[in-house]
Design a protein around this ligand. Structure first.
Ligand code: 26Q
Length: 748
């Protein structure tokens, strides 16, 4: 296969061709010579249903996975073409953050582990919006990723299927994308909606604006579209091979629901079995329960989906009937099992005028899992406590992971070769061997090599930032990075205040011997999320002020890169010294960026939240900078009362930083963003109490941690800390996560 591909690429003549043309020709040469597996004939297979797959750029990754990246680079070089030029081909951003990127890492790992795991999602015409800053404000532009062509998918015309809504029929046409592993290539199947203008809308946008009823209905259509297309595929294939008795269905199929967005798949499954194959309702429910599993990714109340009954009734009357029947069955089951009234009320599928998707998922799932140990504990103790009390065997933890192929081998060839030179190259296939690097943590020569790699990656990052954003990074500075979706609970605003405090200390002369530092932010805000947009503007204002201040601008720099995406992340995680992971304890389910930084040798400056806890367990707390209130303290503060204003009053430096929001230091052009942020901290806003995310509680310790890092950075100990983090990262490979899913949940 490799020979064939390389020969086909050798035969390409780059003369007079554009980058896009060449990209398509080379990609085609690969696609013509590989075989994509779309199903199993004998064995059990697992299906990963997700409304997002944040794949990123496929070109380099696919060549890497095929083991021909270097060969192709050489062939192209001989033709006078640099393989780097394909960096202008933009990412397929069919996801917006952690949940979508996790799905991409998982299918990558499964292919690498030779496991039959097939992704199923939606082929959005436009991915996550492109972000630009206009006067420091976020502006959004459509992401027309197919303008570069889409050589990496195959349209499966023959496998189209009709999806029925009350008011229209929509055709789902699958496109199969190869997910390449060493010994197998699995399909990621993305469905496109067709059948007229209204039908096509369904797969037009990732996250259509849902501030209107129409937008919400469109989102519901998307969820059912994916669910019904996937279930239709699974059932049709099963019946073709096994006939219409469904007794063995769950022996051949396991389905993972990536959060509740595709949970209607389990309901649709019951609909098809009962309505189309005359399976009795109770039996259909039983089979669904053996087949489907649910991963929860967030406990934030505003992200827990509840669909108004009337929406489901209007668009999906048969699904409505099944949900109502499930709700009755749940009542009977609970009564029979002697479930407490209060527990039943909390677990109930019907909640007021809505259906709770999380409760539906828990009811229908064989296993329910959280994505880091603390998160699963919180599910068991809080969010799903009643269900856990009554069905403890359902709950399992699988801590998230990331693929070391994209997040080390591909993005950091330099560090990868350093590792090869110490422990050989077997770790590339068996990442658990990476732990062997710990033995080199005292080896001065290896540490020197590590420092050199970091310096080189920092220089590459600087080049990239300059090319993309036109900003020149301070040379040889410490790089602190906070890159992730913009959300209040992630507390980018707290980092902004910490920077302001440091700035004021620099100005007053209180801070001597401050090592030059760059704070790098990357984040997109949901278009309608007013406060998040205010935070972006605020950080950009801080950035501007510091850059213009000759007293400090050689010591401190704040850069908010625009259009942060997977490709940007590949540069940032390698060139960073300090990974900022500072969510309010209990609210970041896991985080996966934290793992990418760790693997590339950053220390974590963060709270005891999500996977940070397991990270410091593996790498040693003393090799990281942990601060802030832990979950218990946050609960206590919530119960006993928390008064941020009292803290502001006693801490003049904090007060000064916070008041820059309203004291005229910065302007938001009279749009009210900064006043709104200020109010949210001091008087509360919407349904939240003041400082709902406990910034005042954690900020002093945060500033302290950042300054401690600044002191430590100049010592050799700091490099050792970074190195040990890298050497301890094997556990956070998605190879490990996927193996756990395969064993504990899918039984494949
Ligand atoms: C909910 C209701 C209506 C519309 C949209 C949504 C919605 C959309 C996206 C709710 C949640 C999401 C995405 C959640 C997400 O990305 N969660 C992240 O998942 C990662 C992988 O498990 C974790 O590492 C992160 O901690 C978690 O925030």
């Amino acid at each position: 296969m490799k020979e064939k591909i390389l020969n086909a690429i050798k035969a390409i003549d780059p003369q007079g061709k554009t980058v896009v043309q060449l990209y398509n020709e080379i990609s085609d040469a690969v696609m013509k010579n590989i075989e994509i597996k779309t199903c199993e004939t004998q064995n059990k297979a697992a299906y990963y249903l997700s409304i997002e797959f944040l794949i990123g750029r496929m070109f380099y990754n696919n060549l890497l996975e095929l083991g021909i990246l270097e060969d192709v680079a050489n062939i192209l070089r001989e033709k006078g073409v640099s393989i780097q030029m394909f960096e202008e081909i933009e990412d397929a951003a069919l996801g917006n953050g952690g949940l979508g990127r996790l799905a991409a890492c998982f299918i990558d790992s499964a292919a690498g582990l030779n496991l039959p795991l097939y992704g199923m999602g939606i082929r959005y015409k436009y991915g996550l919006f492109k972000q630009r800053f206009e006067d420091g404000f976020q502006e959004e532009f459509p992401d027309d990723w197919q303008s570069f062509g889409d050589p990496w998918s195959i349209r499966k015309e023959g496998e189209r299927r009709v999806i029925r809504f009350a008011d229209m029929d929509v055709t789902a046409v699958p496109y199969d994308v190869p997910i390449i592993g060493k010994d197998r290539i699995n399909a990621l199947r993305l469905y496109q909606a067709e059948g007229g203008k209204k039908a096509e809308q369904i797969s037009e946008y990732l996250y259509p604006a849902d501030d209107t009823e129409e937008g919400k209905l469109l989102r519901l259509r998307q969820e059912y579209f994916l669910s019904a297309a996937a279930v239709g595929d699974l059932i049709e294939r099963y019946v073709r091979e096994n006939g219409k008795g469904f007794a063995a269905f769950s022996k051949k199929n396991a389905v993972q629901l990536n959060d509740t967005h595709p949970v209607l798949a389990a309901v649709e499954f019951i609909r098809v079995l009962t309505h189309e194959y005359s399976v009795p309702f109770a039996k259909a429910v039983m089979i669904a329960r053996e087949t489907f599993n649910y991963t929860n990714h967030t406990i934030l109340p505003e992200a827990l989906e509840c669909w108004p009954k009337k929406y489901i009734q209007a668009l999906l009357p048969d699904i409505y009937d099944i949900l109502v029947k499930l709700d009755s069955k749940q009542r009977r089951d609970c009564r029979k099992a002697g479930v407490e009234k209060a527990d039943y009320a909390a677990m109930r599928i019907v909640q007021g005028t809505t259906f709770s998707m999380a409760n539906t998922a828990v009811f229908l799932a064989n296993k329910v899992n959280g994505v880091a140990r603390i998160h699963t504990e919180i599910l068991k103790e809080s969010l799903f406590a009643p269900a856990y009390r009554n069905m403890p065997e359902k709950f399992v933890n699988v801590t998230n992971g990331i693929t070391q192929r994209r997040w080390l081998q591909l993005c950091n060839a330099e560090l990868s070769s350093l590792i090869d030179s110490c422990i050989g190259s077997k770790w590339r296939e068996d990442v658990s061997l990476l732990g062997g690097m710990k033995e080199f943590a005292q080896d001065e020569k290896v540490l020197d090599g590590f420092v050199k790699v970091k310096r080189e990656k920092k220089a590459q990052l600087a080049q990239y930032v300059q090319a993309k954003d036109g900003i020149v990074l301070l040379p040889n500075a410490i790089v602190y990075a906070q890159v992730k979706r913009l959300h209040e609970y992630k507390r980018q605003l707290m980092t902004a205040f910490a920077i302001l405090e440091i700035y004021h200390k620099l100005k007053s002369g209180e801070l001597k011997d401050f090592y030059p530092s760059v704070f790098l932010f990357g984040a997109k805000s949901a278009p309608a999320y007013f406060r998040a947009k205010g935070i972006i503007k605020f950080i950009n204002e801080i950035s501007k002020m510091i850059a213009a201040d000759g007293d400090v601008n050689q010591k401190l720099q704040v850069v908010f890169v625009s259009n942060y995406n997977v490709s940007y992340a590949e540069k940032i995680v390698t060139g960073t010294d300090v990974s900022l992971q500072v969510s309010t304890a209990g609210l970041e389910a896991s985080g996966t960026g934290n793992m990418k930084f760790m693997l590339n040798g950053s220390v974590t400056c963060g709270t005891m939240d999500g996977a940070n806890i397991e990270i410091v367990e593996h790498a040693g707390r003393s090799n990281n900078y942990i601060f802030g209130a832990e979950v218990d303290e946050i609960s206590r503060l919530k119960a006993e009362g928390y008064d941020p204003n009292a803290i502001f009053a006693k801490d003049p430096q904090m007060k000064r930083a916070v008041e820059t929001l309203i004291d005229g230091t910065f302007t938001d052009g009279g749009k009210g963003y900064f006043q709104e942020l200020y109010n949210s901290l001091t008087v509360g806003a919407s349904w939240h109490k003041p400082d709902h995310y406990f910034i005042a509680r954690d900020l002093p310790e945060y500033v302290d941690a950042l300054l401690r890092i600044n002191k430590d950075y100049a010592s050799s100990d700091f490099v050792k800390k970074q190195f040990i983090n890298m050497a301890s990262a094997a556990y956070f490979s998605s190879d490990r996560s996927v193996s756990e899913y395969a064993e504990k949940i899918w039984k494949i």
